[in-house]
Design a protein around this ligand. Structure first.
Ligand code: ASP
Length: 438
């Protein structure tokens, strides 16, 4: 039997009308046997996601000993969903238990995970599939590292095609049963794990857009839609800001042939975006997509004869490691190098300590720091061995009068990373977009 895993995101779970659409989608296709759900997300702009409210619950409980006040809003939201859908479930008693357990919990993970847990309980009744708690099948080791071996064994042993299952996304359990979550948006990861565990034919990831766009629609008017994307392209684009899918969601599927299909719950007849490990044989445009991310700092280091000083780069990098600073890119010249660092790695003025330590370590002639850098990724397998791609990108930037502060081309030749002032970033994306798709 052809088997699909479906994961539905927060907007699909937000309220009665979207949940009824989910019900139709799942019930309308018998191959949709396993369904992973997120917690209810935003219903309108300015609304707060249940997951965010649950983190606030934990904070409130830490401060005052009880999460009651914040939990009340969550309580009302679930009660409303159950009442409107007329679901036969004792939701109040589940809510009482969750509130009590949050008050006793010692990490935020437990609180955060309850959004998915409660939502899956409700969806199990709505769809008529068995509720299978992620804590039973998604396993972490005692250090909190995802335990693939134990997880796949548990998934195979626990899920039954006959019954179908609704599984809460985002979390699993340590060997002692303590709940642990993935990073935010981690239900995408849960869906991929289940897809691999049951050897599905397809992983459908249902969201609120028709798939990936060639650029962010908030930056470019009506960007074109991407029909087919490779795992590598997806990783590059999502890491660099295309927020449709968690950047790590393909990892569990890397050694399988399971494709991912991004679909829109609110427009289910659209084909969406198909994401494949290997896109050979598909029509590949030169540039598949353009994404941008703000929030980087560059540290520029110059020293005469740097290239012949053995161990120079290693010593600079060891300073980063000692200061627990992560490095994004490191373009180098003969006598200079540049460290591109995400701002969130440089909290509380860490950059000054870092520069001082680099000065001591390698005694540069010159070192300076520049803030408010944005990185733009131009991504596409079609660029490989294609003459003129960079020329076209940089001509477009020059014509738009944009100063390029950094260039880095990945060794796979499938991405060009360009650093520009954050104030120029949107114009830069528009200029490159127009050059390729305009
Ligand atoms: N609800 C979680 C979040 O908002 C996980 C998820 O939706 O994937 O990040």
């Amino acid at each position: 039997m052809y088997l699909k895993i479906c994961k539905f995101g927060g907007t699909s779970m937000a309220e009665k009308s979207s949940i009824l659409k989910v019900k139709d989608i799942v019930r309308g296709d018998l191959s949709r046997r396993f369904v992973v759900v997120s917690a209810p997300g935003k219903r309108f702009s300015g609304d707060i996601k249940i997951t965010d409210q649950l983190y606030s619950c934990f904070e409130q409980k830490q401060k005052t000993g009880s999460c009651k006040q914040v939990f009340e809003k969550i309580r009302q939201r679930y009660i409303e969903i159950v009442r409107e859908l007329k679901v036969d479930i004792e939701i109040e008693s589940y809510l009482d238990q969750v509130e009590r357990e949050i008050d006793q919990s010692i990490t935020p993970d437990f609180a955060a995970s309850r959004g998915e847990y409660l939502c899956a309980l409700i969806m199990s009744k709505v769809i008529g599939y068995e509720f299978v708690d992620a804590a039973e099948i998604i396993k972490f080791d005692a250090q909190g590292i995802f335990d693939a071996g134990k997880t796949y064994e548990a998934v195979k042993g626990r899920l039954s095609i006959e019954k179908g299952a609704i599984i809460p996304g985002f979390y699993g359990a340590l060997p002692d049963g303590t709940i642990k979550t993935f990073t935010r948006g981690g239900s995408d990861f849960t869906g991929a794990i289940i897809a691999k565990g049951v050897m599905a034919d397809l992983y459908e990831n249902w969201t609120d857009v028709d798939g990936f766009m060639t650029a962010d629609p908030r930056v470019v008017d009506n960007p074109r839609h991407i029909e087919v994307l490779s795992f590598e392209e997806l990783r590059e684009l999502s890491y660099m800001g295309a927020s449709v899918l968690h950047p790590e969601s393909t990892f569990p599927l890397n050694d399988t042939k399971i494709p991912i299909n991004i679909k829109n719950t609110f427009n289910p007849s659209d084909k969406g975006t198909l994401i494949l490990k290997n896109i050979d044989g598909y029509n590949q445009p030169i540039v598949t997509g353009i994404a941008g991310k703000a929030g980087f700092t560059s540290i520029f280091i110059r020293k005469a004869m740097m290239n012949s000083e053995i161990g120079f780069c290693r010593r600079v990098l060891s300073v980063l490691e000692e200061h627990w600073v992560s490095l994004e890119h490191m373009p180098t010249g003969i006598d200079s190098m540049c460290l591109i660092i995400p701002d969130d790695s440089l909290s509380c003025g860490k950059e000054f300590a870092l520069m001082e330590a680099i000065r001591k370590e390698v005694n540069p002639d010159h070192i300076y720091i520049s803030k408010s850098l944005s990185l733009i990724a131009v991504v596409g397998h079609g660029m490989t061995n294609q003459i003129g791609t960079s020329a076209k990108v940089f001509t477009a930037l020059a014509n738009a009068n944009i100063n390029v502060k950094m260039i880095d081309q990945g060794s796979s030749e499938m991405n060009i990373i360009i650093g520009v002032e954050t104030s120029d970033a949107n114009r830069a994306i528009q200029a490159i977009y127009n050059a390729y798709f305009g």
